[in-house]
Design a binder for this molecule. Sequence first.
Ligand code: SAH
Length: 413
Amino acid sequence: MPVGYENVSARGLSLVSSGPQLRLKPGRERSLLRRHPWVFSGAVEAVVGSPDTGATVQLRADDGRFLGWAAYSPASQIRARVWSFGENELPGPELFQSRIETALARRRAEIPAEITDAMRLVHGESDQLPGLIADRYGDSLVVQLLSAGTEKWRDALVGILRDRSGCARVYERSDTDARELEGLAASSGLISGAAPDEPLRITEHGITYQVDVASGQKTGFYLDQRDNRRRVGQVAAGRDVLDCFSYTGGFALSALAAGARSVLSIDASAQALALAKRNLALNPALAGRADWLEADVFEALRKLRREGREFDLIVLDPPKFAPTAKDAARAARGYKDINLSALRLLRPGGLLATFSCSGGVSIELFQKIVAGAAADAGTALLLRERYRSAGDHPVRVEFPEGEYLKGLLLERA
Ligand code: SAH
C-alpha cells in the first residue's frame, strides 16, 4: 500500500495522498492553520518517504489532516516552506506563474511608473513565493533564490519572471547567508540575456542612481527605503545633514534635492562611496555641499564629537544587527551606541531619522532603545514620524517576519 493511502479522499487515488510527507507533532499545525508558511525542524514528527532537498512534500497534522504543500529543506532549521495551503494547488510552473502575475499586478497598482523604474517585484514569503526575491532595475532583473525549493524550480521561476517582467536580462545574486543556511552554495552572475553596454541607471523620485547589480550590496540598491529617503529628504531643507551608513548616497542625494545646506556622508565601503560620488555627478541640479567619509560609523561619530561638529538632521540607516530575536540583546547595544552618539551631535531643534532593519528587533523595542539613548544623552525627543518599507515590500498579516524595516523621525525638543 502506498504511503499515506489511508488518507485517500473520496476523489480516489489523488496525488495528494501519495508522495513524501512531513508529519507534524501534535499541536504544531497551529501556525500553519494561521497560514504561517514555515515549518521548523522541531515541529516535525516524521518524514515519510525520502524527499530530496527542495522536493515537494505534503504537510500533515498528527491526525492526518492535510495542511499544505511545501518545499523540503533538510539542511535548514526551517525544514519546510509552504508553497500552497490548498490541496488542489500543486506547486509547479502554473502556480508560480499565477503567483508572479499577482505580484506584478500589485506593484503596477501600488507604484506609479513616474516614481521609479526600480522596484521589488517579488518579496518572497510576502508574495507566497518563499525564498524568491526579484528586483527590477530598468530593463534588468535581479533574482535571489534563497531556499531549497526555489533552487529546485530555478529554471521555471527565472523563465516566468523574465517573460512576465519583460526584462532584457536576468542577474542572479544568490550570494547571501540565507542560502548557506539552506545548505546551498552561493551563486551569482548574469543568467539570462546579454550584458548591457552602459552602466545600469535608475531614476527614483527624480534622482538618478547608477546601480551595481553585479557586485553591489544585496541586489544592488536598498529599494525598501525609497519613500523614506524622500520623506526624510523633505525635512532637510536648509539643514546641515549627516548621513550615516550612506551606501551609494540615497539619503544624502534626497536631502540635497530638497535643499539641504550641506551633507556629510559616512560609510565603511569605499566601493559604495565611489558610486555615491558618481551618483551626485549624475544629478547636476543638486546643490549644496557634499562631503564623504570612509570610516566606521561607531568611531566616526565619536571623532566628530571630539571635533565639536554639530548637525541639524542625522540619518542612521545601519545594516541588520539582529537577524532574529535571539540576537536582539547584542543588537540593542549597537543601536543604543550609535543613537546616543548621534544625539550628542544634534543641535536643539534638530532631527534624527533612525532606522532598524533587524527582524529580531520590534518597533516597540527599537523605540525603547532610542528612548534609553535619549535619556543618557540628556535630550528630550518628540516622535514626529514612523517609517516602514515601501509598498513593493508587502507585509502579510500572517507573516510578521516580512515587516523587518522600521524607522523613527525624532525632533530634539
Ligand atoms: N542608506 C542606504 C543604505 C544603507 S545599507 C541607502 O539608502 O541606500 C548599510 C550601509 O552600511 C552599507 O553601505 C554598508 O557598507 C555600511 N556599513 C556597515 N557597517 C558599517 C560601519 N560599521 N560603519 C560604516 N558603514 C557601515
